[in-house]
Design a protein around this ligand. Sequence first.
Ligand code: SF4
Length: 469
Amino acid sequence: MIIFTHHTGEPHSILGAQVAATFFRRKLSISSIVVGIEREFSKERLFRFIDEYYTGKWSPTGKPASSIQHSCGATSRPKNHDFLLPGEKVVAFSHLCGRIDIVGLARELKQEGFITILGGPQARKDYDGEPDTDSHPHRFGGLKSIVDIAFQGPVDRLRSEHLGMRGVFLEYPWTKNIFLEVDWSNIFTFSDTLKKLEVQRGQVVNAIGCPYASKLQTVTLPPPINLRERGIPELEVRSEGCIFCDVSRDKGYHGSVGRDRLIAQIAGLPEVDGRKIPFELIDEYPIRSLGKLLEDTERNDIKLSQINLVCRVDDINAHASDLVEILSLVRRQDMKIMFASIGFESFCDRLLQYFCKGITVADIVKCVETLRRLKDRFGSHFLYRREEGANHGFIRPTPWDDSETLQEIDRNIFLHRFFEDILPEHSIPLIIHHASYLGDWIRQIESMTEITFNRDGTWIEWWNPSHVL
Ligand code: SF4
């Protein structure tokens, strides 16, 4: 089976899809690989490769893809064939990142007779689409017509017999005991040809979902600035976690995987020159685990090179003094910690409040001062700056930008010298995924006015209202 995902082409893993392919291979005896499709790709050549793969002319081992090679050297037919009619082929999709071209690929493969599976983030919401599409036909109608089996939850709940089902949505709850084995050699990328990806930046799961997603808030949002003259009222919107985040709504928070399983994942990472490759620790509040993690890896004689953290501002502010101790350990182990992505998102208090971010500009200033102090003290063992590879969140434009918010942002960037180290080269426009809480806000506006907002696949273009009377 091929699992198709979005990929940038850089040497990073796609953990969820790689775990899924590993599970299919090791637990269901279904030979599987991950193919990450880059933004520019040759469709004609991709279809040629798909044909070679499914006719058994290509496989990573040189053995026909339709057979399994066992450690003793023998081969056998995959068990999933028991549940498929002769000639039926299964292809899976995950981590679509809103890419219409990958959805188009799924549609074409379905038309060619493939059984299509959709898994990964937002599988249920993308399968179902937006509500009330009968009365609002411009809304995203979901992927039911091109997906045979939609699967939400940990992949280890999938069974071979599920592959015999059609037109189903299967959902299983997240637990702490999810399958976390990874075959790091099972990923390839495709632009105009298939390339084996030597993963140089891995991922390791500590938290299942985001702890901040448990924070329920209600915020009052004014209409988009370009529609202020239309008499649209301010609307109350409910949010769990950050209001633009599709992950928080999709997955919630289900605790951490436990120390032993965390260390087992790290032990399984590839090595370069006797050290584990740099990896991202998946946990929005990682600092509480970090010191113990370093002690445990040292005790187990696992040599690390670099841990990348995707982290919230409040975690850094709450643990500023712990970081000194942690970084002393990092220096002793001759490795690096990088705050690779901190969700600053804005430098305007009003916008931070609209985002339900749970932080203020004063919190951001305190956090950046801590980072700068740590940099002075720990030098090359501590990375957080733009030119060191970090890429922190800065959302602009937003639907609420006016002269006041723009001036406040520019003033704070200048006053606190954010341009020196943390400001990314490019800001990212506010993305409204149809399944985020901001999607609810846009649909409320649509329901009470004649205004419709254009859809681009699974995204809602808040900057592109139409049918304005
Ligand atoms: S944006 Fe980050 S911190 Fe906010 S809810 Fe999503 S995952 Fe959590």
